[in-house]
Design a protein around this ligand. Sequence first.
Ligand SMILES: Cc1cc2nc3c(=O)[nH]c(=O)nc-3n(C[C@H](O)[C@H](O)[C@H](O)COP(=O)(O)OP(=O)(O)OC[C@H]3O[C@@H](n4cnc5c(N)ncnc54)[C@H](O)[C@@H]3O)c2cc1C
Length: 318
Amino acid sequence: MSVLAIIDHGQGQIKKSTGELLAYSAALANALGTEVSALILGTVEDNLSDLGKYGVSSIFQDINAGFNTADNQALTAAIAQFVTEKNIDTIVFPDGTLSNSVAPRLSAKLKAGFVSNAIGLPKLENGFSVKKAVYSGKAFAWYKINTAVKVISISSNSFEVKTSDATANVEAVSLNLEASKVTIQSVDIVKGEIPLSEASIVVSGGRGLKGPENWKIVEDLAHSLHAGLACSRPVSDSGWRPHHEHVGQTGKQIAPNLYIAAGISGAIQHLGGVNRSKVIVVINNDPEAPFFKAADYGIVGDVFEILPRLTAAVNNLN
Ligand SMILES: Cc1cc2nc3c(=O)[nH]c(=O)nc-3n(C[C@H](O)[C@H](O)[C@H](O)COP(=O)(O)OP(=O)(O)OC[C@H]3O[C@@H](n4cnc5c(N)ncnc54)[C@H](O)[C@@H]3O)c2cc1C
């Protein structure tokens, strides 16, 4: 019996979700009274031994760079091979693309039960029950996994990360890399922008900004805070902002440490994409705006006055 964490990466960097993934996996192994290790397929610029600070002392890496551009079926096959050879029975995925595209394939291949978006450690008294958020975060549900091999993915910002001075032992492995049916040929990243999925802070604007010509005050605050930019759906539908900034039920689902919503009413469809943020700050001139109910901090005021004042205050700190 042992727990394996699957490390996600892209563009040569391990993903922000890795710390939480490893801390969760280490705590899960501790609760199960078993061992924990991590697997990374492909090459990254990061020093992997530093990841030991999150509580996982053994990291396996296949440095075949072919994995960096392999498709999800090839990644699934390699992970399944590793899991079978090492006799692993609990596999943990981070929030993100691997959890959407590889975890379900792996569970099918291993005939394992899969629960996505776990928000906390499983209950183990009577089997293996995983708590997850449902109905866009409005409710919780418990799902029991009944198979011997279990696959779970964890929701961002659902587990407290503590670090130590420990380092990890990184061991090379060599797995089969089957021919990909689809290969990534190139990725064009919007230059100068912080990808929403990787941003610790996100500044977001809604229809309260009145028009695209006013976005500079949102951008200024985002630049001062080194934050990603987001918007509500009507804003991108109206062509004020590009679609990749749209967050919510039908847009990107994000979980930054800080989400600042300016001139956004807080409709349930918007909240569904942002309510896993650690801290939510809402700026709205209507004290009855529904978003205030979901906010940790609220400012009742005019975005055209508040945003420049916040930017000036942040710039004074820098
Ligand atoms: C099936 C479906 C899916 C949807 N998916 C999404 C989704 O993924 N994401 C999403 O965002 N929406 C989604 N929507 C739309 C959602 O229901 C809301 O209509 C939308 O979120 C509202 O956007 P908004 O808050 O920017 O605009 P509004 O609702 O118009 O709110 C503007 C807010 O700005 C405030 N305001 C105005 N002027 C100022 C000022 N000067 N200073 C401060 N505050 C000011 C107002 O008080 C108001 O609260 C979806 C809807 C449906 C039906």
